[in-house]
Write a protein that binds this ligand. Structure first.
Ligand SMILES: Cc1ncc(COP(=O)(O)O)c(C=O)c1O
Length: 344
């Protein structure tokens, strides 16, 4: 058995189908900077997938996808409403603020990583819209599935977006774990995005089996051209774009992305069930995708470390364990067995 690491879904490798697609794209020459046939095919394929015309820009990281997305939807004196736990807020070193030319992230308290309608309504109603002294709310950014491993149900998103739209905001979705959310919700990509009012989606793939490839997916045709300019300016128009496009095509081919996400979600659920059954362990957030947040006794944390089990020790008895597209039940059970040896 390979060593067990649930530190992050970023510690996983590349799905064999995606690696094969890179190899298949490697024959001969191809036009550069996204003018190649695979990138053209990608636009068509994602149009079918999302059941509407879209513009897709492959990018190297989720941070690039988010920063570019924000820059399309918010300007220098804009306010971007988001959860305090949002990755754009606590893990991207101010990229969103930088790429928008200075928009301010206005963070709201969340429950299990999810924005609450009342808090959003209150924040917007008291934001000082029209006052030159205040940044102006322009964008709502939600993460689906969330940084706390939870999911917004479609109705919950509908409610948040209705509030945002009433105040004239645009909508961004950070979908670093979009496939995990979709696999769990069992709805269509269209139902989870533009049909709810999402203008721009950060489409994650790296965490779920791609190699350094995520994407920005734009639903508003008015932003299609701007995406190209902004992506180039951000250094995200790759000369050998075919290798990124090939990955995204392989990722969605035949439902691969959902099968991979299903495995990550199912192994996280198994891990959560097993941990919950151990004395001294409490799940901190509902486990709805592939992330498990729990508290456990210090002895168990040390015991897991001593057994070579990888996970994120968040301090104070809190841990985060994240499963991936290639996590096996055997690995989960080995983790649980090591934890059980140190249960109260
Ligand atoms: C919710 C969320 N958004 C975006 C990202 C993308 O980040 P990165 O730029 O590290 O790929 C991550 C990665 O951890 C994430 O969890």
């Amino acid at each position: 058995m390979t060593p067990v690491s649930f530190r992050s879904d970023n510690v996983a490798g590349v799905a064999p189908e995606i690696l094969a697609a890179i190899g298949a794209a490697n024959g001969g020459t191809a036009p550069s900077y996204g003018t190649d046939p695979l990138t053209a095919q990608l636009q068509e394929r994602f149009g079918q997938l999302f059941e509407t015309k879209v513009r897709v820009a492959p990018v190297a990281t989720g941070t690039a996808a988010n920063a570019l997305s924000l820059s399309l939807l918010a300007g220098p004196y804009g306010a971007v409403m988001c959860s305090a736990t949002a990755h754009i807020n606590d893990s991207e070193c101010g990229a969103g603020e930088f790429f928008t030319g200075g928009a301010k992230l206005v963070t709201l308290a969340s429950r299990h990583g999810k924005l609450q309608p009342d808090a959003l309504e209150h924040a917007l109603a008291t934001a000082g819209i029209g006052m030159t002294h205040r940044v102006q709310p322009q964008l709502l950014s939600v993460t689906e599935g969330t940084e706390r491993g939870t999911l917004y149900q479609l109705d919950e998103l509908r409610e948040l977006f209705a509030i945002a739209k009433r105040f004239g905001l645009r909508i961004h979705m950070d979908g670093a774990r979009f496939a995990n959310a979709l696999a769990a919700l069992r709805c269509s990509p269209a139902e989870l995005t533009w049909k709810l009012g999402v203008d721009v989606l950060s489409f994650g793939a790296t965490k779920n089996g791609a190699m350094c490839t995520d994407a920005v997916v734009v639903f508003d045709p008015g932003l299609f051209d701007e995406l190209g300019f902004r992506a180039r300016r951000a250094g995200q128009v790759f000369s050998k774009m075919r290798f990124l496009s090939a990955q995204l095509l392989a990722y969605v081919e035949g439902g691969l992305w959902l099968r991979l996400a299903d495995n990550a979600n199912a192994t996280a659920a198994r891990l959560a069930r097993g941990l919950e059954a151990l004395s001294g362990v409490t799940l901190v957030d509902p486990v709805e995708i592939n992330e498990v947040f729990a508290t456990m006794p210090p002895g168990m944390i040390e015991g897991l470390k001593a057994a070579g089990m990888g996970f994120h020790d968040r301090g104070g008895g809190h841990i985060r364990a994240v499963t991936a597209f290639d996590t096996t039940e055997e690995q989960v059970d080995a983790f649980l067995a090591a934890a059980a040896r140190h249960a109260d």
